[in-house]
Write a protein that binds this ligand. Structure first.
Ligand code: FES
Ligand code: FES
Length: 157
């Protein structure tokens, strides 16, 4: 199958790739760029484990073709830590027990980041709604929402 040239900016790095037209953004980021933080849970847009921020918008990357992302600016979980320090959301997830098996965590944190980017001071209910597309089999969600609320308060300091 013929490959298509694409350019992606991922976590500030520039990449030029040639990809088959059927490959998803998730697949290309994981397999070609070796950024394996984003997970494939369902592959059908239902679990949110593959969430990335693409041109400022939260995207389930298992449903986006890599060729559709040509020219896009993409943030993945690997891009959040800065100068050796975890992002406040990452730290709050650790501190408030919002991580158990961790499979959902990268997607949860990217969804939370997209929410806080658009609304830095969400209510509990707004965090619930903002994370509604992300499934967690382990935590029961309460600690995740608490962690996002804590991170939002810290960001405001
Ligand atoms: S793997 Fe993409 S939404 Fe589940
Ligand atoms: S921590 Fe295990 S699925 Fe969320």
């Amino acid at each position: 199958m013929s490959k298509h040239p694409i350019r992606l900016t991922v976590n500030g790095g520039q990449y030029e790739l040639a990809v088959e037209p059927h490959r998803t953004l998730l697949d290309v980021v994981r397999e070609e760029l070796r950024l394996t933080g984003s997970k494939e849970g369902c592959g059908t847009g239902d679990c949110g484990a593959c969430s990335m921020i693409v041109d400022g918008r939260l995207v389930t990357s298992c449903l986006m073709l890599a060729v559709e992302a040509d020219g896009s600016d993409i943030q993945t979980i690997e891009g959040l830590a800065c100068d050796g320090r975890l992002h406040p959301l990452q730290q709050a997830f650790i501190d408030y027990g919002a991580v158990q098996c961790g499979f959902c965590t990268p997607g949860m944190i990217m969804a939370a980041k997209a929410l806080l980017d658009s609304d830095p001071h969400p209510s509990f209910e707004e965090v619930q709604r903002g994370l509604a597309g992300n499934l967690c089999r382990c935590t029961g969600y309460t600690k995740i929402i608490e962690a996002v609320m804590v991170a939002a308060r810290q960001e405001a300091l």
